[in-house]
Design a protein around this ligand. Structure first.
Ligand code: PBG
Length: 329
């Protein structure tokens, strides 16, 4: 008898396909990255990220209200820092009245139930565009971690729900956890960027925040001494196990699409929630191809976020979040 199995029966029409579909996207899947700038009434489109904007505190408040009404319940905040406030020590990063600290409060004021996660790394605050303190061509680990812990604490004090260290220094999750506990912020969580690769896909993000490593003698031009080598798989597991031991509540893989094998490996290995960051360059590629009429924007977007979830993501961090939710509602 031929064929003995007919798999196409389950694909006959949309009704049966939807009945047996294994991965379904909903607003609950998403964490929305947002870029914050000083000013009033600012909604400034990022050239390499079409239809994505830098927002001032007032327009940020409108945005989070809209996100909430669409069923999106968490945001990840990044700030663009004035050049005058940048140094090599992260002074502004720990300012209790800094832009990030005010942004956290602004979101909570506008939308008290919105989960606020905040990026912890020095790059937007660094004259060198590095995630830590630079000395003689080296990004110092332990000295950077000390500042990053203070930065994390200042976010917690301002009301951040989850600290998101994206710096890839060793031991930072433990140091942050210890300081939060010591200061009484027991319920402030940590979403650690655990398997964060030194990737060329972060370009548009660095445009958005003006945070790219600078071209100077004695300053490394890339982040390869702290972010992971993209040839590595086992190292991602090592990083993940350590981050969880150090107290991470959520671990992250970043970028997304090129790293879905890593997502699945980690999913099979550990039992904490996994966030995947579909990064700026991934967003830009889809936008650019769609603008040229080379790809169907919405179809590709939905396929990509579904693939990320299918690979094992519990949380999808994506610039497409709002578009996807509008599309599927
Ligand atoms: C900062 C940080 C970066 C991203 C998130 N946090 C840039 C970098 O590491 O250079 C990239 C996000 C994106 O490209 O969308 N440490």
């Amino acid at each position: 008898m031929y064929p003995i199995k007919r798999n196409r029966r389950l694909r006959t029409n949309e009704a049966i396909r939807s009945l047996v579909r294994e991965t379904i996207i909903s607003p609950n899947d998403f964490l929305v990255p947002l870029f914050v700038v000083e000013g009033k009434g600012v909604k400034d489109e990022i050239p390499s990220m079409p239809n994505y904007f830098r927002l001032s505190l007032d327009t940020l408040q409108n945005e989070v209200k809209e996100l909430w009404s669409l069923g999106l319940k968490s945001v990840l905040l990044f700030v663009k820092v004035d050049d005058k406030l940048k140094d090599n020590k992260g002074t502004e990063a720990v300012n209790p009245n800094g832009l990030m600290q005010r942004a956290i409060k602004a979101v909570k004021d506008a939308c008290p139930d919105m989960i606020v996660m905040t990026d912890v790394a020095l790059d937007p605050y660094s004259i060198y565009g590095h995630d830590g303190i630079v000395e003689n061509g080296i990004i110092l680990n332990d000295e950077s971690v000390d500042v990053l812990s203070e930065m994390a604490l200042s976010h917690a004090v301002a009301g951040s729900d989850f600290i998101a260290p994206s710096d890839m220094n060793d031991g930072r999750t433990l140091k942050i956890r210890q300081l939060l506990e010591k200061e009484g912020y027991k319920n402030t969580g940590i979403m650690a960027y655990t398997a964060k690769y030194a990737s060329a896909f972060y370009g548009p993000f660095r445009d958005a925040l003006d945070s790219a490593p600078v071209d100077l003698v004695d300053v490394p031009k890339d982040k390869k001494t702290y972010q992971m080598d993209y040839g590595n798989r086992l190292e991602a597991i090592r990083e993940t196990l350590i981050d969880i031991e150090e107290g991470a509540d959520i671990v992250m893989v970043k970028p997304g699409l090129c790293y879905l094998d890593i997502v699945r490996e980690i999913k099979n290995e550990v039992n904490v929630p996994i966030a995947v960051y579909q990064v700026s360059g991934e967003y830009a590629m889809v936008k650019a191809a769609a603008e040229r009429g080379w790809l169907d924007h919405d179809a590709v977007m939905l396929e990509q976020v579904t693939a990320i979830k299918r690979a094992g993501a519990d949380i999808i961090t994506s610039y497409f979040a709002k578009d996807v939710v509008k599309l599927i509602s």
